[in-house]
Design a protein. Structure first.
Ligand code: TXA
Ligand code: MG
Length: 353
């Protein structure tokens, strides 16, 4: 199969491209499209065969459910059962936007889409291309991140092409995404709203709307970097994700101590013949004395760090580094979301200095 690239990166939106992509979806094919978080790999959420194709294209375990993307609140009502009041409140506050809600499903969504679960994850993305595609096709779109399973999520159309070229019908290229980390997932099927995956919408923002919110114990790490022992409720959070080829270690603590530790460890590794990469910020990059130093963003702008995280992990794969050292980014608003991904990429390896 030849994967077509449909350019929708300039305004006004190219309606012909949206029509072409919609036709593919309506015929049961797959189209990757931009959202404000990461690129998604879309198929008709009510079509079992389309969902099967999504798992196959990504090489994803079929027990890891997909997120259904909608453009109107009524679609959430149409695919759920016993929708709690909190769903409306959260939708009013955050949709369209980077929040996914897990609710009880009804028969409209097949088990192929939900990985066999009786619940379904739903979100309304805040991206004009994504919304136009949902509206034009008339489909609710099942879409996981458009990467090969185990690779960093795609934040540019070129990342999607690297991973899925030849495996899907088309990619809508809407340029680089805005946020760069996947949506916050909340579970609304229990008494207390529970965060299953941290993202741009953080605990404080959720509490302002629904009062009590808790974190899934399965994704809480203690100071040794290991979990409480509970299994994460979102199946996708159980897998070792986003692992770069190079062995990644996070160094955290006082800035000067972090820099001197990384310099020392990098020099030792290079001495032994390893190729070393360093994840730095624009504030610190000039202070590193060895290795391939890449700048993830500015410490003063945490959005820039979130935005570039996955791209930088892909760059280190291309550079074929053996060992990667990273600074730690426990920033005020998105720190939890950023560190959740970075710690996973590091297999939780952290050195406190
Ligand atoms: O920002 C995003 O959410 C992106 C864009 C494309 O919308 N999508 C995304 O999809 O990150 P994916 O498949 O990479 O991650 C979906 C996560 C997985 O961890 C999955 O296990 C979880 O959502 N999930 C889906 N349905 C669920 C359910 N019914 N119960 C619990 N977790 C669920
Ligand atoms: Mg994913």
């Amino acid at each position: 199969m030849i994967t077509r690239i449909l350019d929708v990166s300039s305004e006004p939106l190219d309606e012909e491209c949206i029509k072409e992509a919609s036709e593919i979806l309506k015929k049961g094919g797959l189209v990757a499209f931009p959202t404000e978080t990461v690129y998604g790999l879309g198929g008709d959420a009510t079509d079992k065969e389309a969902s099967r194709k999504i798992y196959a294209a990504k090489g994803r375990p079929s027990d890891n459910p997909l997120i259904v993307h909608i453009s109107e609140f009524s679609q959430l009502e149409a695919i759920s059962s016993g929708l709690p009041e909190t769903a409306k409140k959260l939708a009013d506050a955050f949709w369209p936007g980077p929040l996914t809600m897990v609710v009880n499903k009804n028969e409209v969504v097949p088990y192929e889409t939900t990985g066999g679960l009786d619940t379904v994850a739903v979100r309304m993305p805040n991206n004009p291309v994504a919304l136009a595609l949902i509206n034009e096709s008339g489909c609710m779109i099942a879409a996981p991140s458009a990467n090969t399973s185990g690779r960093p999520s795609p934040t540019k159309a070129s990342h999607v092409y690297e991973d899925l070229s030849g495996k899907i019908e088309a990619i809508l290229d809407g340029g680089p995404v805005d946020i760069g980390l996947e949506s916050t997932i909340v579970d609304l099927t229990e008494d207390v709203v529970t965060i299953l995956r941290p993202g741009y919408i953080n605990m404080d923002m959720l509490k302002e709307v629904v009062g009590e919110v808790r974190m899934d114990p399965g994704i809480v790490y203690n100071d040794k970097g290991t979990t409480s022992g509970a299994k994460p409720k979102a199946p996708g959070m159980r897998y070792k994700h986003y692992a770069p080829k190079g062995d990644l270690t996070i160094i955290s603590g006082d800035e000067d101590a972090v820099i001197s530790t990384i310099n020392k460890m990098a020099a030792e590794a290079i001495e032994k013949g390893s190729k070393v990469g360093i994840i730095s910020t624009s504030e610190t990059a000039g202070k590193y004395t060895a290795g391939e130093v890449l700048i993830i963003g500015n410490r003063s702008d945490e959005g820039s760090i979130a935005h570039n995280l996955y791209d930088i992990l892909r760059q280190f794969d291309e550079l074929d580094v053996d060992i990667i050292f990273s600074e730690s980014f426990a920033t005020p608003k998105m720190g939890q979301a950023i560190m959740n991904r970075l710690l996973k990429a590091a297999g939780q390896k952290t050195i406190e200095v």
